[in-house]
Design a protein around this ligand. Structure first.
Ligand code: C5P
Length: 293
């Protein structure tokens, strides 16, 4: 039996701005965000061999509970009658509990690649629905680049590419729980503040790269060292510097290359990764190239 295989990237994201408006009747929070894919990426090797039954294996990474790679593959095989032996080899570089969307991006990479390897065409609206089921951030990674996210983050509109930007990601050794961050923030949300958050968010989006993240308030309280990392980035010349998602990673965009080069050594207590923005056409062509090869 012939095996079809591909090596695909799963890029991380930043939230260039993130406003949490209110808790909805369905338990999720209504948000506004600008998503941006960046160069930090996991790598997923996928091998598909047609068979009469289906098996899914994920190798190469320590046991991750509820691995979204396996879940995404399972959903596709069930819904589109894909039968075969599917083996993933996952090289993780995106830390978990960092607000970088690593698990979500892995899941979307599977949704984009497995049907192609199995010779199935999946309508975009079905793919989007499955992505939304898997997690609020997964649909964004079906597209990449710069996008406006509304609702739970699954209602997406493309934004024009940001100007090429480079910076650094500071990765403290802290695992921040999204569910806990929402709980802590939820208790403080009052409906009257939603309107002013919307006004601020609009102003940020018109200006370009905004840096307001509502999760900073609660997560910085719990981990004061994160506030300090953000302030240090600003002192070193980052504009903006902000936490991404529910943390704990803090990013700094450096308009000046020399300041960026010097900044990394000022964070001996954390991991530091240089980053650049990945625009939508680069994001999409990375998948097309990988799947044509
Ligand atoms: O959608 P996802 O599975 O990524 O969400 C994980 C949890 O985060 C949800 O169960 C919910 O508690 C919280 N969440 C939320 N509002 C959102 C997104 C996530 O309350 N917009």
């Amino acid at each position: 039996m012939s095996t079809r295989s591909a090596r695909v990237p799963a890029y991380a994201k930043l939230n260039l701005g993130l406003r949490i408006l209110y808790k909805r009747p369905d338990g999720y929070h209504e948000l506004r965000t600008v998503f941006q894919t960046i160069s930090l990426a996991d790598t997923i090797d996928i091998a598909f061999t047609r068979r009469n039954s289906t098996s899914i294996r994920v190798e190469g990474t320590p046991e991750i509970a509820d691995n979204l790679v396996e879940k995404a593959a399972r959903r596709l095989t069930e819904e589109f009658s894909i039968k075969g032996e599917i083996v993933f080899h996952l090289k993780k570089r995106i830390p978990t509990g960092a607000g970088l969307g690593g698990g979500s991006s892995d899941a979307a990479a599977v949704l984009l690649s497995l049907p192609a390897l199995a010779g199935k065409t999946v309508p975009p609206d079905r793919l989007h629905a499955i992505a939304t089921e898997l997690g609020s951030d997964v649909p964004f990674f079906l597209h990449g680049g710069t996008a406006l996210g509304l609702g739970r983050g699954e209602e997406l509109y493309p934004l024009p590419d940001m100007p090429a930007a480079q910076g650094i990601l500071v990765l403290p050794n802290i695992h921040s729980s999204t569910v806990e961050a929402y709980k802590a923030l939820s208790a403080r949300l009052i409906t009257t503040s939603a309107q002013s958050k919307l006004s601020n968010f609009q102003a940020d989006v018109w200006r370009g790269i905004g840096g307001s993240n509502d999760f900073e308030e609660v997560v910085f309280e719990q981990h004061p060292q994160l506030r300090e990392l953000k302030q240090r980035l600003i002192r070193l010349g980052a504009s903006p510097a902000a936490m991404t998602g529910s943390g704990s990673a803090i990013f700094g965009i450096f308009p000046e290359a020399d300041k960026r080069a010097g900044a990394a050594r000022h964070f001996p207590e954390a991991g530091v990764v240089p980053i650049r923005f990945i625009n939508r056409s680069r994001y999409q062509s990375a998948f097309q190239r990988a799947l044509l090869a």
